[in-house]
Design a protein. Structure first.
Length: 210
């Protein structure tokens, strides 16, 4: 299994009539090839291009999750989950997929190689050789951010929910605008932690989000 981040350019052709600053070429029609970064529809154009490329390579999207692409090789499947422009390649020969993307379709890939960190998760093998993932570095980053904001670490808890607690009945003073932004940021960090494996805090974060 390997991963890669696509950083290639989307190319569009535009035309412009050269002005006097172009000297002898004034009045000529120039064709501009420009990267379409930062436009409102850049994300959609990127997704469309990648989808066309993957289909050309024999992949089809999963019916359960459209951003998981599969290729039936007869005795096994190849998979490419896509999150925006981050790819995770599961294949017996991932180097051939990387070569096709980079050489034939001109994608500029970076960070290719055996997966060790992807979308906030550490990837590793256990003693039996099973591939595992856990958000160790992400949780450490959240803890460091908490320490930076409040000058101390949060206290340890055996359960993510305190028995008999009813946050909806809380009568403490409301936060100001700055406090609201900090609270929303902390909740957002916890929501992403749930997405990448900390399912045990889902109910607590849901209550706090409300």
């Amino acid at each position: 299994m390997t991963r890669g981040t696509e950083c290639g350019n989307f190319i569009a052709s535009l035309t412009v009539i050269a002005g006097p600053e172009f000297g002898d070429q004034k009045g000529h029609t120039f064709v501009i090839r420009k990267a379409l970064y930062g436009l409102k529809n850049s994300g959609l154009r990127w997704h469309e291009r990648l989808s066309d490329v993957l289909r050309d390579m024999g992949f089809i999207p999963s019916k359960a999750e459209r951003d998981i692409w599969m290729h039936d090789c007869g005795d096994h499947y190849k998979y490419i989950p896509v999150y925006v422009d981050d790819l995770l390649i599961a294949s017996k020969d991932p180097s051939s997929i990387i070569k096709t993307l980079s050489e034939e379709h001109k994608f500029k890939l970076k960070g290719t190689g055996t997966v060790s960190f992807h979308l906030g998760c550490d990837w590793f093998r256990d003693d039996d050789g099973n591939l595992c993932y856990a958000p160790h570095q992400y949780i450490e980053k959240v803890m460091d951010n908490y320490l930076r904001l409040f000058g101390k670490h949060p206290h340890n808890a055996h359960s993510s929910i305190v028995q008999g607690d009813h946050p909806e009945l809380d009568t403490s003073k409301l936060l100001d605008n700055a406090g609201i932004r900090i609270y929303q940021s902390l909740i957002g960090s916890l929501q992403w932690a749930i997405q990448i494996g900390r399912f045990d805090i889902a109910t607590a974060v849901m209550l706090l989000s409300r």
